[in-house]
Write a protein that binds this ligand. Sequence first.
Ligand code: GDP
Ligand code: IMO
Ligand code: MG
Length: 421
Amino acid sequence: MNVDVLLGLQWGDEGKGKIVDVLTPDYDIVARFQGGPNAGHTLEFGRQKYVLRSVPSGVFQGGKVNIIGNGVVLDPALFKAEIESLEVSGYNLTKKIFISRKAHLILPTHRLLDLAYETQKGTGRIGTTGKGIGPAYTDKISRNGLRIGDIEYHFEEKYKKAIVHHEELLRQMNFKYDLASLEKEWLEGINCIKRFKWVDSDHFINKKLQEGKKVLAEGAQGTMLDIDFGSYPFVTSSNTICAGACTGLGIAPSKIGEVYGIFKAYCTRVGSGPFPTELTDETGQKMRDLGYEYGSVTGRPRRCGWIDLVALRYAIMINGVTQLIMMKSDVLDAFDVIKVCVAYEIGGHRIEDFPFEIDNTVKPIYVELPGWKTDMTKMQREDKFPKEFKNYLSFLEEILGVKIKIISVGPDRGQTIVCCL
Ligand code: GDP
Ligand code: IMO
Ligand code: MG
């Protein structure tokens, strides 16, 4: 069997959590392969809403194995809080979640370093989620990181060594902090992690594939936030793309099956960095209001703009997307005219390939399409789609070269249409 991968094609928050939950019944295993608690994956069903950060989005469908892969960075304190809040809602996940021994730990000082580096950058700050993601991956790459498996091997010694080094860095930056309370909740988190089954997720997943089990790899963030291919340096610190599923789970590229690329019918971004189609006017505000575009983790207002097919085509290419999933089309229900960015104008030239540098001289070239002016939120069947909506879909499919197989028309699990035509 193959591993199917579901990942974001824009700047994150495309609706990955919702669709992983919808697709989970078709799979035996759901596995997160990168990122950490910078993610906020929202799921809604039975009038309840859940926001998952490190917990994979397959936990609400019965009898599935959920894996936190080696490519993930895990904060014990935030993981404990997440697990406890799900327990309050009646979900005991101790037997459902397996954690890779090779996943790296986010230390309390990583969070402090994240804040210190952001403060130092001043107006050039990235606008991180402040969860210590960059510093934790930095330690991983510089071979100073602590892994889940280290909890059983000379842990105290390794932990203290790392903290001494981090405190030295914080002192150099003149950053004031209080480590004691952070450390207390972090160590309680370590005890929580000990309650879960740790696995060599690489061996585990490959054996399951040999047994014919189906695996869905769940991405976090989005392609335009990828450390290599995103709008560097305004990116996250991991490979959010399809290749990240191979390195983040220990599966060979030949084992990748379907690649589900998920995008919003428009665009959003949280934090700093280029965003060619951003709307800072009342149209952008209308999208934010109708789409409730506020960060699921930080509550920050998301920047909004029209769909960008230059960036989307690039993301599809990098990931080898085989099926597209369009989210939040209902947010555009009220618009008379919908704009689609098909190319950029840079220095008087029309550019269709996503360029190395995006600055404020990049001008989007738009095609205007008529809005469908129909309430899509109760729509259940594609043969009932208004003709303007069908027109929007076929326009995108034509330029993107991949079929849109799933359409989401509201946050609830049930507001999802799988296209068969
Ligand atoms: P993720 O990080 O990719 O899982 O996405 P987030 O959960 O951060 O953000 C997506 C937001 O849109 C959440 O609040 C979802 O409940 C909501 N959502 C998902 N799909 C739809 C949809 O089709 N329509 C509307 N209106 N909201 C949606
Ligand atoms: P999900 O999985 C949207 C953004 C931050 C910041 C940049 C770097 O919910 O789609 P980091 O804390 O990772 O060092 O921040 O990346 N960012 C996200 N934006 N959705 C996310 O995750 C994000 N995770 C990080 O806002 O601009
Ligand atoms: Mg999110």
